[in-house]
Design a protein around this ligand. Sequence first.
Ligand code: BGC
Length: 468
Amino acid sequence: MAGFFVTDARREGKPFLFAVALIAALGGFLFGYDTGVISGALVYIKGDLGASSFEQEAIVGALLIGAAFGALGAGYLADAISRRWTKVLSGSIYTLAAIVCAFCQSPDQLIAARFVLGLSVGTASFVSPMYLAELPPKRIRGGLVSFNQLMIVSGILAAYIVNFALKGIGADNWRWMLGLGAVPGLMLAVGMAVMPYSPRWLIERGREEEAKDVLRRTHEEQDVDEEVESIKKVASETGRLRDLIGPSVRPMLIVGLGLAIFQQIVGINTIIYYAPTILGFTGSSASSAIGQTVAIGVTNLVFTVVAILLLDRLGRRVFLIAGTVGLTVALAVLGAFFAFGTLQASASALALIALVVYIASFAVGLGPVFWLMISEIFPLEIRGPAMAVCTIANWTLNFLVSFTFLSLAADIGKAATFWLYAGIGVLAIIFFILRVPETKGRSLEGIQRDVTGSSRRRRRHQSELRSA
Ligand code: BGC
C-alpha cells in the first residue's frame, strides 16, 4: 500500500481526486452508519413497537440478508449501468428507505424497510471499493481499501454519537436515529451524480476519449496513455466464474473465504449491533450503556487508524494473528464475567474493558485485513467475482451470527455464548497461522505462488500419508 490514501492524494496535488474519493467512500460511511445505528435504536424500538427477541433479531438481520442480495446484484449493475449510476441508485434507495424506516408502525414494516435498506448497503459495500480502485494512479491505489474501512468505522462512530445525542428526546428518538441516515444517503446520491464515470468502465464500452479526459484529471499527463493501455490489457483478460474453482485460484479462494467467514463468526457484529444490550446485561441503564458504546466506537476508529499507519510497515500477518489472539482472550474474559457472579460484584467494569480490548484487537487485525487481503490475493482477471463471493459470504455470516445471538444467549447462557466465540477465535488463529500468506510489499504472482505451492505441498503430504 502506498501509504494513507487521502494524504497521498493530497500530496499528489490532485484535489479533484481527493474530492472524488471522499464522495465515493460515503458508500463505506453508509455501511457503517447503518451497522452502528441499530445498536442504540433497538433498545427503544423494543419498547415502542413491542418487538420480541425474534423480531429484534429480524430487524437487525433483514438488512444483512438484503445486503447479501445487494452485493450479488451489484457486479451486474456496475457493469450494466456503470459504477457511478449504481452508486447514485444505491444512495437514492438508502435515502428513501431511511425515511420509510423512520415512519414504520410495526416490527414487520421495519423488517421490510430494512431489507430494502440492505440492498443499498450491500451494493455500496461492493461498488465503493471497486470504483475507488479504478480511478487513482497505481501507486496510491492500495491505500484506498483501508480508507474505505476507515469510512465504515467513522460511520459506526457517527451513528453511536447520534444515538447518544438523541437518547433523551423521548419515545420517538429511534425514528430520528434511523431517519438521519437519509443525510449521508442523499450526499452520496447527489455527489455521485456529478462525479466522473470510472475510466475502466468507459474503456470497456469503447469510450476511450472520455476515459482519457477522466484520467487527465486524476493522473499526470505523461501517464495517461500507459494507463489506458494497461486498462485495455486487463479488460481483455476478464476471467470467468468457472475459473474461481480452478486449481490456481481455489487455494486463494479458501484463504479469502476463511477470512470472510472468521471475520464474522468471532462475533464482531454481536458487539457492534448489541453493545448497549450486552452492557445492559451487566446492569448498565439504557442511557449510560449508549454512552459507553460511544467509547467502543472511538476505540474502533483510533485502532483502525493505527492499523492503517502500520500495516504496510509491519505486515498484515502479525496484526491479523496478534489481533485475533487479543480478541479471543477478551471473549474468554467476557464469558468468565457472565459465568461468575463474584466477578460481576467485585469487578463491574471488567465487561466494558473486555469489550474495548475486543474492539481494539479487531480493529487492528481482522477488520481492515480482510478487506485489504481480498483485494490483494486474487489474480486481476478474476478479482471482481472472487471479491464478490467473499463479500457475499461475509454478509451472509454476518446475518447468521447476529440473527442467532440473542436466542443463543437465552438458550445456552451468555457465558457459554462468548466462550463459543472464543473457541472459534482459537480456530481462526490456527487457520491464519497455517494458511494466510504475508502480502505486504509482495507481487501478486509471488503471493499466488506461495498459496498455491503450500496447498500443493499439503496435498502431496496427505497422499503420502494415505499411501504409507
Ligand atoms: C466488518 C463489519 C463490521 C465492521 C466493524 C468491518 O470490517 O466487515 O461487519 O461491522 O468492520 O468495524
